[in-house]
Design a protein around this ligand. Structure first.
Ligand SMILES: *[C@@H]1O[C@H](CO)[C@@H](O)[C@H](O)[C@H]1NC(C)=O
Ligand SMILES: *[C@@H]1O[C@H](CO)[C@@H](O)[C@H](O)[C@H]1NC(C)=O
Ligand SMILES: *[C@@H]1O[C@H](CO)[C@@H](O)[C@H](O)[C@H]1NC(C)=O
Ligand SMILES: *[C@@H]1O[C@H](CO)[C@@H](O)[C@H](O)[C@H]1NC(C)=O
Ligand SMILES: *[C@@H]1O[C@H](CO)[C@@H](O)[C@H](O)[C@H]1NC(C)=O
Ligand SMILES: *[C@@H]1O[C@H](CO)[C@@H](O)[C@H](O)[C@H]1NC(C)=O
Length: 468
């Protein structure tokens, strides 16, 4: 029998409360089972969580009474933790043509296996899995070439090694095929420079190393240091190197954009050779997070029903709100997103509504929160926004599989307006922070006193992520 259970443990963490969701599956049958059960009635509802975390305790460790945690109706032994090392693993079938000792990078492979654990991969792909897969490929390149002057692989070797990497991940229960990477990513593509000697002649390597050995997750996304150094190096390689390559190889001019993007891959490979595996992985993940947070990954269909129901509206209107809720329920099926992506999504969606003539802030009228844009079903309708610098998915013998959500995410979705857009700039850490607002949800949906409630918590994600 299929069984899907969730338990919630809440830890106070300095001023920042995190909700750590843990999911056990006793008999897991893949994504189908997950989706089937995700719609089933919650064992623990969001209201019970929030009801047990009164506002006065916001900055203190929040205790949840054991009574709230669902009792396990089955004997403990029948609920083995969902661990990819015991779950559905087999010996990978390798091509035998990729001369790489994969155990040298097993720690990065293990992270990738957790982050791309197949049942969750579609929901976590954009934010956690695919950034880690990219990082794995960069680190693989650096290690594959650790004793040679090369920074990339030949096409044939790339194809074999890419296949081996995919097989290894799949054999451990991970699905990397959802990610937009391919064997050609290992070849350096149209970048004219592919070896260490030429690279180090063209690039200010000490600057590059200084900029990327220790990436500050807070500053990097606003005032890029490592990213800027990588782009600078990639530009030098793609422009400066083109004269070297022009005479020899390429038939048909590759576009400069491709060359720049391919040269970034070469720079990543060089960094992977020079940095420790942990430093490289951390740096690459921070860079990915910056990129990921800039855009809303959700797809919005034309909200014509919502526009029709909400266009002329002065007061809360049940048909407008139900139409809006129905629309949001559909988009929130897509994936888990970060708190900053949710701001982008709310802004993007709000602009679509405004273009259609909805001028009232219906997010406020209908009590739409940021977390309403993120996938709900995975964790029993509790709702979860990932942190803007998402942590890895972790496997734990005792608790199973877990990932970290922000607890402070029941904050109002921002309604775009010319004046609020500038305050949405998240890149002003030196700016004095507004006083922390209370996160108390109005008992009466439809009335919320301040449209700016979201600003301070978002800044606090920003600040507290130093501590986490
Ligand atoms: C692969 O690397 C691991 C550790 O890095 C080492 O213990 C092992 O002997 C290596 N295997 C081969 C075949 O070189
Ligand atoms: C990676 O996982 C494998 C299988 O679970 C384990 O044997 C290996 O020790 C792990 N490697 C690291 C570096 O944690
Ligand atoms: C893989 O290649 C594509 C197209 O060249 C590029 O857009 C993408 O960023 C590359 N990914 C990685 C991880 O290098
Ligand atoms: C991996 O994910 C893709 C896209 O969701 C899916 O089509 C494919 O069947 C999955 N593969 C495995 C082995 O789970
Ligand atoms: C490399 O960059 C550093 C600053 O990061 C600069 O001081 C140094 O002069 C540069 N070296 C060269 C050869 O341009
Ligand atoms: C995890 O569980 C396995 C099997 O139940 C056990 O052999 C192993 O020692 C456990 N590891 C830890 C770190 O508790």
């Amino acid at each position: 029998m299929r069984c899907f259970k969730a338990a919630v443990s809440i830890k106070g963490f300095l001023c920042h409360s995190l909700l750590i969701f843990t999911i056990w599956l006793s008999s897991f049958q893949g994504v189908d089972a997950l989706q089937e059960t995700a719609g089933a009635s919650s064992l623990i509802s969001s209201t019970s969580v929030h009801a047990d975390s009164p506002i006065s305790e916001l900055f203190e460790p929040i205790e949840i009474s054991p009574a709230v945690i669902p009792q396990n109706p089955y004997p403990q032994e029948s609920l083995p933790p969902m661990n990819p090392s015991v779950w559905n693993t087999y010996d990978p079938v390798l091509t035998g043509r990729c001369p790489m000792n994969f155990s040298a990078i097993s720690s990065v492979i293990n992270r990738t296996v957790s982050d791309c654990f197949a049942p969750f991969a579609p929901f976590l792909g954009n934010v956690i899995c695919c950034p880690q897969v990219s990082s794995l490929l960069h680190i693989f390149l650096g290690h594959y070439n650790s004793n040679s002057d090369q920074l990339v692989l030949s096409k044939a070797a790339a194809s074999d090694c890419f296949s081996d990497i995919t097989s290894i991940l799949a054999s451990r229960g991970a699905n990397s095929s959802i990610c937009p990477v391919k064997a050609l990513n290992l070849t350096g593509g149209s970048c004219p420079v592919k070896d260490v000697t030429t690279f180090e002649k063209m690039v200010n390597t000490s600057k590059l190393l200084d900029s990327c050995s220790l990436v500050d997750p807070i500053k990097e996304c606003c005032r890029p240091v490592c990213q800027a150094a990588i782009v600078e190096a990639a530009v030098l390689l793609s422009v400066g190197g083109s004269t070297i390559a022009a005479s020899s190889t390429v038939v048909g001019q590759p576009s400069e954009v491709d060359a720049l993007s391919d040269c970034k891959g070469v720079v990543f490979s060089w960094l992977s050779k020079k940095l420790s595996m942990d430093a490289a992985n951390t740096a690459f993940r921070v860079l990915s997070a910056c990129k990921v947070n800039k855009v809303c990954p959700l797809e919005f269909k034309e909200p014509s029903e919502v526009i029709k129901a909400c266009r002329t509206l002065a007061a809360p209107n049940p048909s407008c709100c139900s139409s809006l809720n129905a629309y949001i329920a559909r988009i929130q099926n897509q994936m888990l997103i970060t708190n900053r992506q949710a701001i982008n999504c709310a802004t993007q969606f709000g602009s679509m509504l405004q273009k259609g003539g909805v001028m009232t802030n219906i997010f406020e009228l209908c009590d739409v929160d940021l977390k309403d844009f993120s996938f709900q079903g995975l964790i029993m309708n509790v709702g979860c926004l990932l942190r803007s610098l998402p942590a890895d998915v972790v496997f734990d013998n005792f608790t199973g599989v877990g990932f970290t959500c922000d607890l402070s995410d029941n904050i109002a979705a921002p309604w775009p307006s010319s004046s609020s857009m500038s305050t949405l700039t998240l890149c002003a850490p030196e700016m004095s922070l507004p006083a922390l607002p209370t996160l108390q949800k109005s008992q009466n949906p439809g009335y919320r006193s301040s449209g700016f409630k979201f600003v301070a918590p978002i800044f606090s994600f920003f600040v507290f992520s130093i501590l986490l």
